[in-house]
Design a protein around this ligand. Structure first.
Ligand code: CP3
Length: 351
């Protein structure tokens, strides 16, 4: 199925943009597109808990497909969670809307790290691959399918905090005073994330995204040491032929350092300028970066702000339209549709 006038399938368009090849129109998807902004998701949530849906391949497949059916995004992202990696290592968690995420125990010492176990990791995450295979079958070759994982740093921050109430002073104290334990934790997480992403690519994902959502917690000048070098290790161990997107949120250092990963795509948050990022990373495709808060404005403002970001894609190849962070739960559906329609009306760079 191709839309009239379109030369590429949705999947080809997404993959061409990752490879910085010209496209017939700009590809678009949104972080957190599968979830609470959708009434069909909320209806399912009345019957199942969040984690039940994550762990059940049929339910996860259904939620993954919901935003594709409703908005026709170029790429689907698997409905899952970054903390499934921590859970499979032995730190289980619960989620409740009121209190957020609570992990069974926080990581506070070498003994806590010792409670994590890498043995059986693949088996305990088999449901993720099963869901991906189901989605791949449903999508055929038409839409791109993304797998994902949290970065080791972002996962460590949740694991040390013991949940979604992030305790920055405690994390930085841990890094400073328990350097060896921290290093050991990061080694474990780096291996687990690598296995997790590789297995998603083998199960049918076209590309994977690494979420470094808590990059902004790193003190100035420390990003490369605390987070970047671990991401670099993961990227080097993944197959070269499939694109890796690294989304770095709240990053405050020179963008040039992000070029060291030689990753296909960098996801840019809405506090950064795409143009300035491109100057530092001329050989990297970019993804981003509409402020998610725009989805709460009037549709006319949504169109105007979308056009402003999409202009970047008019001027050079290698651009995937996205938000600068996830879709807010109270985003208006009309506004999401307006973004997709506006992005598609823009004429991209054609070489
Ligand atoms: O993008 C997608 O639509 C795919 C699904 C997806 C979810 N989480 C579903 C989800 C993805 C890619 C994630 C990644 C994720 N999970 C991140 C990185 C991205 C980001 O937003 O920065 C993080 C930090 C998490 C951990 C997590 N999961 C938190 C902190 C929370 C609770 C608060 C919140 O942000 O919603 C979750 C729960 C969660 N993950 C929900 C969904 C749809 C909400 C569940 C519900 O209320 O039904």
């Amino acid at each position: 199925m191709r839309t009239p006038g379109a030369r590429l399938s949705f999947r080809e368009r997404f993959l061409s943009a990752c490879a910085r090849r010209p496209v017939d129109r700009l590809p678009v998807w949104m972080m957190r597109q599968a979830g609470r902004c959708l009434p069909e998701y909320n209806r399912m949530r009345e019957r199942f808990s969040f984690l039940e849906m994550v762990r059940n391949p049929e339910l996860a497949e259904e939620v993954t497909l919901q935003p594709i059916r409703r908005f026709g995004f170029d790429a689907a992202i698997l409905f899952s969670d970054i903390l499934v990696v921590s859970e499979a290592l032995g730190q289980s968690y619960e989620y409740c809307e009121r209190r957020g995420i609570r992990m069974a125990f926080p990581i506070r010492s070498g003994r806590d790290v010792g409670r994590l176990s890498e043995g059986g990791f693949s088996k305990r995450t088999a449901y993720v691959r099963q869901a991906l295979r189901g989605v791949r079958k449903a999508l055929g070759n038409q839409r791109a399918l993304l797998g994902f994982a949290g970065s080791p740093w972002t996962l460590a921050a949740f694991m040390i905090s013991g949940g979604s109430r992030i305790e920055k002073p405690r994390i930085l104290h841990f890094v400073k005073n328990q350097g060896e334990v921290f290093e050991n934790l990061m080694e474990i997480l780096t291996r687990a994330v690598t296995v997790h992403l590789k297995s998603q690519l083998e199960a049918g994902a076209d590309a994977v995204q690494i979420f470094d959502s808590l990059a902004g917690l790193c003190p100035r000048g420390r990003y490369q040491d605390l987070s970047g070098r671990w991401i670099g290790r993961i990227v080097r161990r993944l197959p070269r032929r499939k694109p890796v997107i690294v989304f770095v949120r709240g990053y405050r250092e020179g963008m040039r350092c992000l070029g060291g990963w030689k990753t296909a795509v960098i996801g840019v948050d809405h506090t950064r300028s795409l143009f300035r990022t491109a100057r530092a990373l001329p050989r990297t495709a970019l993804q981003g970066n509409l402020d998610p808060a725009v989805l709460l404005c009037e549709p006319e403002a949504v169109r105007m702000k979308t056009r402003r970001i999409a202009r970047y894609g008019e001027l050079r190849p290698g651009f995937i339209f996205n938000l600068g962070h996830g879709v807010p739960p109270n985003a208006s559906l009309e506004n999401i549709a307006a973004v997709v329609e506006t992005v598609r009306s823009v004429c991209p760079f054609r070489g």
